[in-house]
Ligand binder design. Sequence first.
Ligand SMILES: [Zn+2]
Ligand SMILES: [Zn+2]
Length: 187
Amino acid sequence: MSFVFGPDRKPPAGWRVSHDGELVEDRSVAGYVARGREVKGLCQLRDCRRRCHLDLERLAERGLGALSIGELKPLYRCHRLDGCGLDFSEQYGAELTLGMLAGRDHVGVRVACGGCRKSTVVRPEQVIERLKLEGRGGSDTPVATLADLARQPCPKCQARRWTVAVLWLDPAQTPSWLRDRGNRPAG
Ligand SMILES: [Zn+2]
Ligand SMILES: [Zn+2]
């Protein structure tokens, strides 16, 4: 399956559409640069303590933007005989918010129960409205926090664990949840 998007269908810079149509963080060098995400390393060995701050922009300029961060990290290890204790930490970077998803008729937020896997797909606008009504968020709410915000138990199995995914659908195939409701975004 391939996804070809026009200018208004393109995922936000720094995110990409996975094989199964979910919007996911782009874990490449270019994706990190687009989100402004920084990666730092510190070797935990007592007599090393080497620090590094990955210059992702320079790597992207040199044509290495497609390299994944996971492939990149081991290249920064030191070559001591007794190994390297390099640990990485990441900070900063743009977060995916509900506002970035709103107003697009090919985007759905899928909320799935961690117990029985029962899932529903709702529009980003519906999530924003609900959070506003409850006084717990709105357009600025990061998608990554939604699973924790959904505190009510699953009506089917009573579990309280939820997973949230953003579906970035092929516009050529009108999704059933949109067809059934027939509700295009207002404005
Ligand atoms: Zn080291
Ligand atoms: Zn359940």
